[in-house]
Design a protein around this ligand. Structure first.
Ligand code: BG6
Length: 469
């Protein structure tokens, strides 16, 4: 649909930006923080690890002041579970609680709405040693953690996100690191974990609502619309397979309170179906979100599986690079879209389509919690950073959101990745997304000085105008 005129962004639209604890904070063992899987997992050795990251832990005040100068109306950060509770002794770490209280206070002082992700990939290592999400105790531990967070900040924080990108954790587990023994869980184990996370999430939704807190809570999934490679009906089935398995299966459980039918068949057929208790079934039914958050970077293009041993691509995949699966789908190229320097498809119209499909399916308000352009930005000798590709990428995606809003989709905020440069999940500090440059490299910490990129000044204008020119 083409419109003669696009609707304006709503007056209270949440223009913002995002980070996560482990990718930004550093201070990995400071003030009582315990180790998470991220601190123990194997990561590529040639890039930065997460020990210091952007040192947000020590720079949060300066950073939030910069976010205020940028004009952010909202700032999404995650809380590190390992700063809050010692899951072995159940002791609460007051210093950890105080740190996030200071972050929240600083946000409010600067007129910024804090948006909290409760869990962004960083499971406490102690729980991992006891089986991680395969152990039902992890679900109970998450509920205890959720309770502590709601008690501490529930009367202040208006938007909560339970789990960041559960689908990345389950479908691309290697993207966030490899366990020390070098072995990723089997598919059967992963889908058991998946179910456990969904149950924990549903119970968290229920708990939040029972506490009658003033805000809203939702899941945050990495969502990607799938195109069929040709008009072949078999390609259409394959695209539907993968769109369901990669995206809808996670959201159907979260929103509709039961597993998707096709997903269930897929698991049964492969003998990966998890053990599900009647208590789990009830928990899924009883918890529901108030809104849906999505992280959107790319679309994918899908062809029918050839089922001849060649469907799984030999190249390295990650959360946006589809690999293929025998009997399910095969990744295909799309000549109509661009790519980032890291091979991620650039498709702004795909965002409009993804939003429409998401809204069609669940009819819930939508918050875009990530979207962004990873690039090896360069600090020029005169101290400037020119990132025109990022500006183009974000402009086109904002345009697509405005089109979706004009279509009638209820999108209430946009929080690109990332507010400031952070360590990428597996590509270090060379792959940057921020509006603010952090002066360090993969191998040299330097002074971690904060420098505004061209995109900073550009986004400042967008926010001030409440939209594009
Ligand atoms: C999302 C994650 O998948 O993509 C973020 O939620 C991540 O944690 C972002 O950083 C960009 O991915 P990457 O791999 O380029 O850091």
């Amino acid at each position: 649909m083409q419109y003669k005129q696009l609707d304006n962004f709503p007056a209270n639209f949440l223009w913002g930006a995002s980070i996560s604890a482990y990718q930004a904070e550093g201070a990995f063992d400071t003030d009582g923080k315990l180790l998470s899987i991220i601190d123990k997992y194997l990561h590529p050795e040639d890039v930065a690890n997460f020990d210091v990251a952007s040192d947000f832990y020590h720079h949060y005040k300066e950073d939030i002041q910069l976010f205020a100068e940028l004009g952010l109306k909202a700032f999404r950060f995650s809380i590190a579970w390992t700063r809050i509770i010692n899951v072995e002794t159940q002791e609460i770490n007051e210093k950890g609680l105080a740190f996030y209280q200071q972050v929240i206070d600083e946000c409010f002082k600067q007129g910024i709405e804090p948006i909290v992700t409760m869990y962004h990939f960083d499971l406490p290592y102690f729980l991992e040693k006891k089986g991680g999400w395969k152990n039902p105790e992890t679900c109970d531990a998450f509920l205890t953690y959720a309770n502590v967070l709601f008690e501490a900040y529930g009367d202040q924080v208006n938007y909560w996100l339970t789990i960041n990108e559960q689908n990345t954790m389950i479908l691309h587990p290697g993207a966030i690191g490899i366990p020390e023994n070098g072995e990723l869980p089997s598919k059967k184990e992963l889908f058991q974990m998946n179910h456990a996370v969904l149950v924990a999430q549903a119970k968290t939704f229920k708990l939040y609502h029972e506490l009658n807190l003033k805000g809203k809570i939702g899941p945050a999934i990495n969502l990607t619309a799938m195109y069929q490679a040709t008009a072949s009906p078999d390609d259409a089935i394959a695209a539907h397979n993968w769109e369901t398995l990669r995206g809808w299966s996670f959201l159907d459980a979260a929103v509709r309170g039961k597993h998707n039918y096709l997903f269930e068949k897929y698991l049964h057929d492969r003998q990966w179906y998890p053990t599900i208790t009647s208590e789990d079934t009830l928990a899924l039914q009883e918890g529901a979100p108030d809104f849906i958050a999505i992280n959107y970077y790319s679309t994918a293009t899908i062809a029918a599986s050839k089922n001849d041993g060649s469907d799984v691509s030999a190249r390295a995949g990650d959360q946006q690079i589809m690999l293929g699966e025998e009997g399910v789908y095969r990744a295909a190229e799309n000549p109509y879209v661009g790519k980032t320097p890291y091979g991620w498809v650039v498709d702004p119209t795909g965002l409009r389509l993804t939003l429409r499909k998401l809204y069609d399916r669940y009819n819930l308000p939508i918050l875009i919690t990530e979207n962004g352009y990873g690039a090896p930005d360069k600090l020029e000798e005169d101290g400037t950073i020119h990132d025109p590709e990022r500006i183009t990428y974000l402009t086109q995606h904002i345009q697509a959101i405005q089109e979706a809003i004009t279509d009638g989709v209820d999108v209430f905020g946009y929080l690109p990745w990332s507010a400031i440069d952070v360590v990428s999940t597996h590509q270090g500090f060379n792959k940057r997304y921020g509006f603010i440059y952090v002066d360090r490299t993969d191998h040299e910490l330097k002074e971690l000085k904060r420098i505004k990129k061209d995109s900073f000044y550009w986004y400042q204008q967008v926010i001030a105008r409440n939209g594009l020119e």
